[in-house]
Design a protein around this ligand. Structure first.
Ligand code: CMP
Length: 289
């Protein structure tokens, strides 16, 4: 193989996904960073992806000047629980070796038998050597799978399952507003009886919810990935009903008070899960707090 670096290792299910899809969206950029995205037919060989295109395109020109690319291969659905996709970054170069061109042309012939062979004179074949691939699989229990290097984006996606039942527009609005914060072990993230400024989702870690009453502190819940908190005081316009403390280092997503109120205003009565969750908590507060 004539790639520039060691091929990335990818999990078999990611490989199977890449092998079975047909199109990828490729984003290139000029040296000064002006982006450009296009959708292409591709073939895969391990983590390496190949495509072809006429030599005189904007994409081909960009690649000549700047080989860095990002790409996405996905099954996107309005029902986010059905969404699967691979996103990656890497280097993309035109293939010059006749032997490699012949092999890739053959891979195209096998994967797309209906494509007319035509003349390969005016087209170029390109090789994407990924340096990172992120695989999201919302069809799996727990929301996502991981392969390669992930950043905060991965965690955000994982927590999006919390909002799965909301209309897509609302989810897009929320995801644009979410901020990632980290809490050290023992850090108090929300303090009972103080004003509420934000709503939070647990991405990683463990937190303890405690209520203090008549001098006694009682642990009322333990929160882990996917759990949310801090909604009650915002919705009821009251001080915090409990304190929430990180038991160990934790990663959280934060939605500011006004964005959360807007979200609830848009979604209550129109969605199942979120509506029920909020109602159940409010009833509990009404009954007990
Ligand atoms: P809020 O009152 O805004 O701040 C403290 C949060 O702790 C509260 O919202 C809830 O999200 C959470 N909380 C309070 N009581 C419980 C409970 N019994 N079970 C789970 N979470 C709770």
């Amino acid at each position: 193989m004539s790639t520039d670096q060691e091929p990335l290792e990818i999990a078999p299910n990611v490989q199977e996904f890449l092998d079975s899809r047909q199109t990828l969206t490729l984003a290139t950029a000029t040296p000064s960073g002006a982006p450009y995205a296009t959708t292409l037919l591709y073939v895969s060989e391990g983590p390496t992806l190949y495509f072809w295109m006429p030599a005189a395109t904007t994409t081909a020109r960009h690649l000549e000047q700047n080989p860095r690319v990002s790409f996405a291969v996905d099954d996107y659905s309005a029902d986010l629980s059905e969404t699967r996709g691979a996103q990656g970054i890497g280097d993309c170069h035109v293939i010059l070796s006749g032997e490699e061109i012949a092999r890739v042309a053959d891979l195209f012939g096998q994967k797309f038998p209906s494509l007319a062979p035509g003349s390969t004179m005016s087209i170029s074949f390109f090789r994407i050597a990924p340096t990172e691939i992120e695989f999201i699989d919302n069809t799996q229990t727990g929301g996502s799978e991981r392969s390669g290097t992930f950043g905060a984006e991965f965690h955000k996606r994982r927590a999006y399952s919390v909002f799965m039942d909301l209309p897509l527009q609302v989810v897009e609005h929320i995801t644009a507003e979410l901020r990632t914060v980290h809490a050290a072990a023992d850090e108090v993230v929300a303090r009972q009886a103080t004003p509420a400024d934000r709503f939070l989702i647990v991405v990683d870690g463990e937190l303890e919810v405690t209520r203090e009453e008549d001098g006694h502190t009682e642990t009322v819940a333990t929160l882990g990935p996917g759990d949310l908190f801090g909604e009650m005081a915002i919705l009821l316009d009251r001080p915090r009903s409990a304190s929430v403390r990180a038991v160990r280092p934790s990663t959280l997503l934060v939605l500011e008070r006004d964005d959360f109120r807007e979200l609830v205003a848009q979604s209550l009565g129109t969605t199942g899960h979120f509506d029920q969750l909020i109602q159940a908590r409010l009833e509990r507060v009404g009954a007990g707090g």
